[in-house]
Design a protein around this ligand. Sequence first.
Ligand code: PMM
Length: 288
Amino acid sequence: MSEIPERTRIMGVLNVTPDSFSDGGRWFDPAKAIDHGLELLRSGADIIDVGGESTRPGAVRVDQTEELRRVLPVIRELAAAGAAISIDTMRAVVAEEALEAGARIINDVSAGLSDPSMLGVAARAQAPVVLMHWRGYLDRANASFHYDDVVAEVIAELRARIAEAVETGVRTENIIVDPGLGFSKNAEHNWQILAALEAFADLDHRLLVAASRKRFISGLLSPDDPALAAEAAKDQATAVISAIAAQAGAWAVRVHDPASSAVACRVVAAIAAHRPAPESEKDENEHA
Ligand code: PMM
C-alpha cells in the first residue's frame, strides 16, 4: 500500500446505500459518492471503505447485481484518483470485481461465514482481508446474544476465523481483525471490548476498530433519546475512541469524520514517539 504513515490509519466510511445506519441515502448517487470519497481523502482518510449493502439491524439484503452497480463506478473513479480502497461486502463475487476495479482490501463483516468463496478470493488475490466478529448475518441480526465473557468469546471466535483463513491460503500478514462493535453486541458488550482493546491487538494481526457514530455512542450522549445525539458530538466521542484504539496499537479506525480522528491519532503517535525506550532495548543499544 502506498505512503501510509506510521500511525494508526484512518479508514473513511463511504456507504453507497439508501439505508445505512448513520449516512444512508446521503451518497447513494454515484457522483455524490465519488465527491464525498474525495472529500474524505482531503480531510485525512488514508483508506476509503466503499460499501453497497447496509448491515443495519433489520436491513434487507440487496441482490448482487445491484450491489455491484452501486460500488464499481465509485471504486473505479476513486482508485483512478489514487485512493487506497477497501470493499465492504459479504459477497465473494463483489469482492473479486471490486479488486479488479482497483480496491486493495476486502472488508467482510461476516469474516467469510456469509459466502464460502470469500476467503478463497482473498487468498488467490493475496489481498488484505478484514475478518470482523459477528454471530448473525442480517437475517439473525436482531437476535439477542449472550456472552459470559464477551472479550474472551469474541477473541476465541476470531481465532477460529483466522485459522480458517490461514487454512484457505490467506497469508497471516494479510489478516486484519475487527471485534465488530455493535454486531451481535449490546452497549455493555461494546464498552467492555473497548476497555480491552490491547487483548485484540495481542492477536498479532492488524487491528481495525469501527465505533464511529454507532448507537452505543448516541446512547451515551443522549441516553433518553439516542436519536437526538448531535452528529458533531458523536464524532468527538468517536475521535476519543480513535485515540484509545491508537494507544492500544490499532492499525486503523473506520470513521465517518476523518478529520477529528486523524488529529486524535496524530497526537497519540507524537506521544508514542517521545516515550523513552524500555530498559531492555536500552541495554541492547548500549551493547551494540
Ligand atoms: N460497521 C458497519 C459497516 N461495516 N466494517 C467493519 N470492518 N467493522 C464495522 O464495525 C463495520 C463495518 C456498520 O456501520 P455503518 O452503517 O456506519 O457503516
